[in-house]
Design a protein around this ligand. Structure first.
Ligand code: CMX
Length: 135
């Protein structure tokens, strides 16, 4: 597997507008987009940091994995995403290394890219996402 860069660092938040004000108006990052990812139950805001982004995740409803995360752990860093060239090949390599995959196959994520999550139980507590084509 070949990782190109950190695609994004995702932060679970309970009020997107309030957090955008912090990252954009206090820290001075550029807000590059907002979108709803229905199948993940989240509204997402993307802020540019060099070649990477900060991804703010606000749950749309209580069944969202991000709502469960905030209820259990509070707001904070939710996952790290690595950009890879070939997602299928990367997943195959991780399977061979007996890493537990949440997504056996790539699926659509934010920004029009393909994503797959690795289970935090097999990545030493850090929820890890791989993505290809964008971030
Ligand atoms: N980081 C680290 N550990 C996490 C975690 C996270 N973000 N989310 C959950 N866990 C831990 C839980 O604390 C729990 O640990 P313990 O058993 O020690 O208490 C364990 O993982 C299982 O958590 P759970 O919520 O009880 O179990 P679920 O199987 O329902 O969900 C997970 C866990 C990671 C599979 C689920 O949150 C998931 O599928 N996440 C990936 C999808 C996602 O987060 N999408 C939002 C982002 C959208 C995008 O970027 O496109």
């Amino acid at each position: 597997m070949s990782i190109n860069k950190i695609a994004h660092i995702a932060i679970a938040v309970d009020n997107l507008a309030e957090q955008i004000r912090h990252y954009r108006d206090v820290l001075g990052l550029e807000l590059v987009g907002e979108e709803v990812v229905e199948d993940q139950g989240v509204r997402v805001a993307f802020l540019k940091v060099g070649e990477s982004t900060i991804e703010l995740l606000e749950p749309l409803h209580d069944a969202s994995p991000v709502a469960k995360f905030i209820a259990k752990r509070g707001q904070g860093i939710h996952h790290i995403a690595f950009d890879v060239d070939d997602l299928d090949e990367s997943l195959q390599g991780l399977r061979q290394k007996e890493i537990r995959l949440i997504d056996e196959n790539p699926r659509p994520g934010g920004h029009g890219c393909q994503i797959a999550f690795l289970h935090p139980k097999s990545t030493h507590g850090v929820l890890t996402e791989l993505c290809s084509a964008g971030s």
